[in-house]
Design a protein around this ligand. Structure first.
Ligand code: NAP
Length: 545
């Protein structure tokens, strides 16, 4: 299989569709659009395919959706043939799977690696996009599909002095492809989100000393990861079609979790504790949040689950002051991504690990020797930033996107981003966004959400071809109404109570808008299907100029 590397283009290359990004979304979009007979080019910034799973190769990186669910459903042969070694896959296994998919469906010949897209410009007269890469390549196509990911623009906070640090520093999402040896070193990890919580036990086992710089405590549950036995895999595969059907009817796009029937206060305290203990022992965040139907809407119900986890933390962590610092008090459980870990809280019983509270004593600067908070200097050999991403809008706004009439996406979204159905944003004809903000995206199994979006886009392009239509664009009024609806749905839950990346709270100055659509992938799918069945109300089509 050849992988096309960037070549200086003498004249723009012409295609039917350009896809930005070669992760799960870009690969499936390529598969579907090529299957419709379109000439497609995928532009990928990385040296390899895989998107998130190419970049996030930090020690301990692992998916928090079970392997048999976090995989493509579009080919039964693929899902029957592929064997997942573990219940929750480590990064390397998912990357191997993605590469297998690319080979199996002969996708690589249309993928151009090391091609970071820097601009995308719509030409109104010609009704086509020109997509430019950092190396100077230009690609022209009527259709532009942004498969650039929701968590793909890593963020290093702007602490003064990083350039003077004399040790090594890393970001979890820009991890080197060679193993990093922390043996005997003094390491500082900043950040205790999903990435930090997975990474910290791995580093603790190697480092001479580990300082964990925590600003906000996060809830985490034990993953109870284990090898996937042949028997369990075979039994799942025998019913794979039914499992996938069931998943499509669920809010998260994940089968095997019957919706809860009871409210938290339907049960007396001792029965609730028994339910939570059983969920804690099962592993998996959906299972836990599905203990009762009101955990994400009723603060008091939620508090029963939150307090259960705090009590588990107290039972694991021997030092009471450390246990209290690790106990989240500022947000209801589940309103930030509920982490899954393998031995996270236990790490704080180790002699070589110290928890540093940078809420009460914030990081002031990086010095040549280490991290200096307002009160203390922490000497370090290595700093690891597990500080997250400019989520959902970051990767799109990193590209200079210009739509109809030269409208800049950065200008349009300056006061807050908006889309219709998370699929398109008004003023940007023929630019589709896969799992964009305003769709369930990060609040569902991403692979299910991706397949649903790509299938919708492929159907829409088929509709346009059959009807001789050149462009499609979201209507502004419909987009405004959709944004209002997304917000209302979120407001009826506890999600807005958290300062999460769902609302952009982790990026100073980012407009605060609740970005994922939390009504559920099942309901959302029905809305999208209805829009398609009704010939796309809320979108305007134009014929060829
Ligand atoms: P994150 O959830 O945004 O966590 C970033 C961490 O860095 C937070 O603890 C944050 O503290 C801290 N931080 C940021 N700026 C800081 C500063 N200036 N000073 C001190 N601390 C600072 O990022 P992430 O852990 O990379 O995870 C992002 C998302 O990726 C997850 O929510 C999940 O959806 C996905 N993910 C999934 C998996 C998985 O499948 N298991 C693994 C990794 C990531 P504050 O909370 O105070 O801002």
């Amino acid at each position: 299989m050849t992988q096309l590397n960037e070549k200086p283009a003498t004249k723009p290359d012409q295609f039917d569709a350009i896809i930005v990004g070669a992760g799960f979304a870009g690969l499936y979009a390529l598969y579907r659009l090529r299957g419709m007979g379109l000439r497609v080019r995928v532009l990928e910034a990385g040296q390899g395919i895989g998107g998130t799973w190419f970049w996030n190769r930090y020690p301990g990186a692992r998916c928090d959706v079970e392997s048999l669910e976090y995989s493509y459903s579009f080919s039964d042969e693929l899902q029957q043939d592929w064997d997942w070694p573990e219940r929750f896959s480590p990064q390397a296994d998912i990357l191997a799977y993605i590469n297998h998919v690319a080979d199996r469906f002969d996708l690589r010949r249309d993928i151009q690696l090391e091609s970071r897209v820097v601009s995308a410009t719509f030409d109104d007269a010609a009704q086509r996009w020109t997509v430019a890469t950092a190396a100077g390549g230009e690609f022209i196509a009527p259709i532009c599909v942004m498969a650039s990911g929701n968590l793909s623009l890593p963020r290093v906070p702007s602490f003064p002095g990083l350039e003077r640090f004399e040790g090594r520093w890393f970001h979890t999402a820009l991890w080197p492809d060679q193993a990093v040896d922390f043996g005997g070193r003094r390491v500082g990890v900043i950040g205790t989100g999903s990435s930090g919580i997975q990474l910290i036990p791995e580093i603790a086992g190697q480092a001479g000393h580990l300082d964990v710089f925590q600003r906000t405590a996060n809830f985490s549950l034990p993953a109870h990861n284990r090898p996937l036995t042949r028997e369990a895999a075979d039994s799942h595969k025998r019913r794979y079609t039914e499992w996938r059907e069931e998943a499509r009817r669920t809010p998260f796009g994940i089968a095997g979790h019957p919706p809860p029937q009871k409210y938290a206060f339907d049960d007396p305290p001792e029965e609730r504790a028994r339910v939570y203990t059983s969920k804690w022992g099962t592993g998996g965040n959906i299972s836990f949040l599905y203990a009762y139907k009101d955990l994400l809407v009723d603060p008091e119900a939620n508090e029963t689950a939150s307090e259960y986890v705090r009590q588990r933390i107290r039972s694991i962590v021997r030092d009471p002051a450390t246990a209290e610092l690790l106990s989240p008090r500022d947000h209801p459980i589940g309103t930030k991504r509920l982490c899954l870990d393998s031995g996270y809280y236990e790490v704080f019983n180790r002699d070589n690990v110290r928890l540093v509270d940078v809420r009460s004593d914030p990081i002031a600067e990086i010095t040549p020797e280490g991290i200096r908070t307002e009160r203390t200097l922490y000497p370090l050999d290595d700093i690891v930033f597990a500080t997250g991403f400019d989520a959902m809008t970051g990767a799109l706004l990193d590209i200079d996107v210009r739509g109809a009439g030269g409208l800049s996406l950065r200008d349009k979204w300056a006061e807050g981003p908006n889309t219709y159905l998370g699929l398109m944003t008004a003023g940007f004809p023929n630019m589709f966004i896969i799992t964009g903000l305003g769709s369930p995206s990060v609040k569902a199994n991403m692979v299910s959400a991706i397949e649903q979006h790509v299938d919708w886009i492929a159907d829409c392009l088929g509709f346009m071809a059959r009807n001789g239509l050149a462009t499609i664009a979201a209507d502004r009024d419909t987009e405004r109404n959709w944004g209002r609806h997304v917000n209302e749905v979120a407001e009826a839950t506890l999600y807005p109570l958290a300062n999460s990346w769902y609302v952009g709270a982790n990026i100073p100055g980012k407009p605060r808008v609740f970005m994922p659509y939390v009504a559920g992938l099942d309901k959302y799918r029905a809305i999208c299907d209805q829009v398609a069945a009704d010939d796309y109300p809320g979108f305007t089509f134009e014929r060829h100029n």
